[in-house]
Design a protein around this ligand. Structure first.
Ligand code: TC6
Length: 303
């Protein structure tokens, strides 16, 4: 065990996180130095890098929250801000959502935001997650997920909230709503988002069993729309984007709204109750214990 800032951290974890951070940071800095496509300048925050291409009207949005792109409160907030900024720029019509961390799209909700905190923190955290989902799910922009890594639980929700999903073909890149495996329950709007993508029966099976699909199965069940070799994900997402952007914006946007509004409204009309539900659920001793055991297992996992 190594001692870091007063915390006991397994040396293996430090090495693994360090290597991933170094590789990711190198790639990030190299790309940032190159600037965005077509000479447009990259912008963004600490955890969200946006590479806009004014010529095509497409921006690539990259998540960077080492070690696993967990959806921390900060990442959620920065994602909403970046999304809002692109929505307000008339030049942009589409976003490719991807990860800047090798092998991980997003590990889902940040378990450290959900363990050992107080009810006010849980409420703030849940509100931020609702905010991101409401915005991403209903944005008038085309959003295509270029899923270049594992994408469990909240990571899967992010992808399902996009308009189209391309997944890299690697058996480690699992995707699904696996909440039941943690002893917790996917909220109704996670469930609705999945039903709207793969239908009721497939969702029921996936949710009850906490299924994490490998690429071929994810494609078969419809959780993703396309599986491509690793390294071709962003290119494939950009090709798909061409098809989506060929449709007149007003017609596509009204259609998107027609398909998604009822689902989003369901949360909007009971947002406060949903927050209270989450807070009281999370505050139970049994749930806190289950999450702590799960987090500890992740920390002890052999790399
Ligand atoms: C009602 C609520 C609904 C809930 C929805 C959710 O999304 S619930 C969320 C459901 N999400 C899941 O069930 C996914 C759980 N995660 C995984 O399955 C794997 O981490 C992986 C497949 C994403 C990456 O595998 P890999 O071998 O590349 O990486 P690794 O496993 O070695 O982890 C590296 C470090 O990251 C840490 N850490 C990991 N995840 C989280 C997290 N969510 N948060 C915080 N921390 C997390 C891990 O502890 C370790 O820390 P250490 O030891 O360095 O201090």
């Amino acid at each position: 065990m190594a001692l870091l800032a007063g915390l006991r951290v397994p040396a293996r974890s430090l090495l693994r996180a360090g290597a991933r951070l170094r590789d990711a940071a190198l790639g990030r800095w190299e790309r940032a130095a190159g600037g965005g496509g077509d000479g447009a300048r990259s912008f963004g925050s600490q955890r969200v890098l946006v590479e806009p291409d004014a010529a095509t009207g497409v921006a690539v949005m990259k998540l960077w929250n080492p070690p696993v792109n967990s959806l921390s409160l900060d990442l959620l907030t920065e994602l909403v801000i970046s999304l809002e900024k692109l929505e307000n720029e008339k030049t942009f019509r589409g976003i490719i959502l991807t990860s800047d961390l090798p092998g991980i799209f997003s590990a889902g909700l940040d378990l450290t935001e959900m363990c050992g905190r107080n009810p006010a923190h849980y409420a703030e955290y849940w509100k931020a997650l609702q905010e991101l989902w409401l915005r991403l799910y209903q944005t008038h922009l085309v959003v295509i997920a270029a899923i270049n890594g594992a994408s469990p639980a909240g990571g899967c929700l992010l992808a399902l909230s996009c308009d189209y999903r391309v997944l890299a073909d690697n058996p480690k890149f699992i995707i699904g709503l696996n909440e039941t495996l943690l002893g917790i329950v996917a909220p109704f709007w996670f469930k609705d988002t999945m039903i709207n993508t793969i239908g009721h029966r497939a969702t029921e099976r996936a949710l009850q069993l906490g299924l994490l699909f490998r690429p071929a199965e994810a494609l078969q069940v419809g959780v993703v729309d396309q599986v491509v070799p690793e390294g071709q994900v962003q290119g494939a997402a950009l090709s798909a984007m061409t098809q989506w952007l060929a449709i007149p914006d007003h017609a596509r946007q009204l259609t998107k709204s027609m398909m998604r509004k009822a689902t989003a409204d369901r949360l909007l009309t009971q947002r406060e109750a949903d927050i209270q539900n989450f807070v009281s659920f999370l505050s139970r001793d049994s749930i806190q214990k289950a999450l702590q055991v799960y987090l500890e297992k992740l920390r002890q996992k052999k790399g």
